[in-house]
Ligand binder design. Sequence first.
Ligand SMILES: C[S@@+](CC[C@H](N)C(=O)[O-])C[C@H]1O[C@@H](n2cnc3c(N)ncnc32)[C@H](O)[C@@H]1O
Length: 257
Amino acid sequence: MEGWHGWDAYAPFYDWENARTVGRRDIPFWRRQVVACGGPVLELGCGTGRVLLPMARTGEQVVGLDRSSNMLGHARRRLRRARGTDSARLVRSDIRSLPFASDGHFSLVMAPYGVLQSLLRNQDLRRTLVSVRSVLRPGGTFAMELVPDVPQWGEYDRRVSHLGRRRGGAARISLVESVRQDRIRQLTVFEQEFTERRGRRRTTQRFSLAFRTLSMRQMTGRLRRAGFTIERLEGDYVGGPWTAGAETWLVVACRAR
Ligand SMILES: C[S@@+](CC[C@H](N)C(=O)[O-])C[C@H]1O[C@@H](n2cnc3c(N)ncnc32)[C@H](O)[C@@H]1O
């Protein structure tokens, strides 16, 4: 299993589900990073453009990179419809080997909403950190959100997680989810089953998404070894202190000069 598997199948449901979970709560945090650092900005795993679009509205040059062509398709359509986002560019690639010259071009690299947790092996994370360091200018910022506590979530089987309609749509959507864990490899695997009902028509999509959750100590250790200094740890989107039980885990690191 690879962490980039499953996202093409998830793409049609991603915004629908996220409107019910993180929503836009993290956007002010990311906007503050962009305003403080300036561009150019690179977003790792930009997905459907949920974060990229408001960042483009700051007027800074922003590049969104993702491996899933279906997630990028949604981002492309979103950007086309939106105003004030001409500074955004989309790139299809893998975060483990960034397709940019190693010339320290970017002022800020962002990894929102657990993107780095799609890296399932030590070597994947190591390659990504080396690649990020090479595209950041010396002193540039690498900011990330880690979704906490995933390993503590109990395993469950076929739980109905969400039921509802798309905005303005006639179809009813349901999500039935199972979670299993491999504590030795620090992996949590979500088996997802989305069913869309429109009148008597019914379509079902099944796929799995896997995430690896390191402790904060492990993550900051890996960042330091890859040539980053840790600037700040925050535990919520408004600058609250980080604790292991915090609502979210935000790390702001800096490329050592
Ligand atoms: C949790 S979503 C985050 C999307 C967006 N940043 C947001 O906050 O809504 C993770 C994204 O990372 C992408 N991804 C996962 N592994 C990847 C990899 N190795 N290289 C590039 N993109 C990857 C997935 O395709 C998906 O779009």
